[in-house]
Design a protein around this ligand. Structure first.
Ligand code: TYM
Length: 334
């Protein structure tokens, strides 16, 4: 039986990369009938400077985006990481089997810590161990994420396997990364060599799920491209990173292959392609934005959904944590 778990940090608004690389696939797996747990990863969000005044609201907003994007909270458990104490508890246990050398090699840590890694917090360094705990706390078998999380997922697999070897057990199933679809790494609209990210300075580099139709059209119009027409095959886009990115976004939004999209636009320049992409993006994203706004008008309902989902997550995870502690030999009463 498949059990799916994934999460997103409540750091500002979600963008097209989060949607195409993760959320859209979450919904697909849910609709295929898998048991799904989707989480707002607020404990991860405090590994960098955050605004305490904003966090609860950002948590609700992310939850609204999940639902607006198609997560059905009456079917999938939609919960908040910090509302399930087992995440932090299991993280401590797993930290005893996560190797410092491996953590040091995590590219995301290197990026976020920057040059001054000596001053980086322990939480930022241990970030992937908390991710392993998130996944293993539910014995999740599959984890749908974008490509940037692949290295963290590999570490989660290693931690699971170290635990199993050390305690001569098959307690934790090794979680499989699910890197699905064509848009596994959506790039910045301003630089085809940088991934689209929440933290990039220029808002023109990303399409946010909260952008209105005019903003989306403007961002696509201003996206960096080149002067050549589109070719009729993907291989010919090699080296044209910005062009490839826009074609990939089109394909993912239209649920078509890139080849099909190129057959449709072969020989056309960006003067034709960009308006078509803007129309498509608006037609796919506007209903999500509209639904998000509706949901945000009733925060109490979101809170009820999150409270229920968090309760369910606690119920599913409690026996796994207890069993983990039993295997490790901890005392327990009676
Ligand atoms: P986060 O919040 O940075 O991103 C959420 C999801 O969006 C994907 N993503 C992208 N996909 C394609 N193109 C992009 N440009 C792009 N940018 C982001 C990410 O891969 C991710 O799937 N550490 C995680 C959250 C997390 C988690 C977990 C995920 C915490 N615990 C356990 C899975 C399992 C993160 O920071 O994602």
């Amino acid at each position: 039986m498949k059990r799916i778990l994934s999460g997103m940090q409540p750091t500002s608004h979600l963008h097209l990369g989060n949607y195409l690389g993760a959320l859209k696939n979450w919904v697909k797996l849910q609709d295929e009938g898998a048991e799904c747990l989707y989480m707002v990863a607020d404990l991860h969000a405090v590994t960098v400077t955050h605004d305490p005044e904003q966090m609860a609201q950002a948590t609700r907003e992310i939850a609204a985006a999940f639902i607006a994007g198609g997560v059905n909270p009456y079917n999938s458990a939609l919960f908040v990481q910090s509302a399930v104490p087992g995440h932090s508890q299991l993280m401590w246990l797993l930290s005893t089997m996560a190797q410092m050398g491996k953590l040091e090699r995590m590219t995301q840590f290197k990026d976020k810590a920057g040059k001054d890694s000596e001053r980086a917090g322990l939480g930022l360094f241990a970030y992937p161990v908390l991710m392993a705990a998130d996944i293993l706390l539910y014995k999740a078998t599959h984890v749908p994420v974008g490509e940037d999380q692949k290295q963290h997922l590999e570490l989660s697999r290693e931690i699971a396997s170290t635990f199993n070897t050390r305690y001569k057990t098959e307690h934790f199933p090794p979680p499989e990364p699910y890197i699905m679809g064509t848009a596994t790494r959506v790039m910045s609209l301003k630089d085809g060599n940088q991934k689209m990210s929440k933290s990039a300075e220029s808002d023109l580099s990303r399409i946010n799920l909260t952008d209105d139709a005019d903003t989306i059209a403007k961002k696509i119009r201003k996206a960096k491209t080149d002067a050549d027409p589109l070719p009729d095959n993907v291989k010919a886009l090699e080296g044209r990173t910005e062009a490839l990115n826009l074609v990939t976004i089109y394909a993912a939004l239209a649920d078509k292959s890139r080849e099909k999209v190129l057959k449709q636009f072969a020989g056309k320049g960006f003067g034709d392609f960009k308006p078509a992409l803007a129309d498509l993006a608006v037609s796919k994203l506007a209903p999500i934005t509209g639904r998000m706004n509706e949901l945000m008008a009733d925060p109490a309902e979101i809170d009820r959904i999150l409270a229920k989902g968090s309760e369910r997550a606690r119920t599913v995870s409690a026996p796994v944590l207890q069993e983990t502690m039993d295997i490790m030999g901890f005392w327990k009463s009676g």
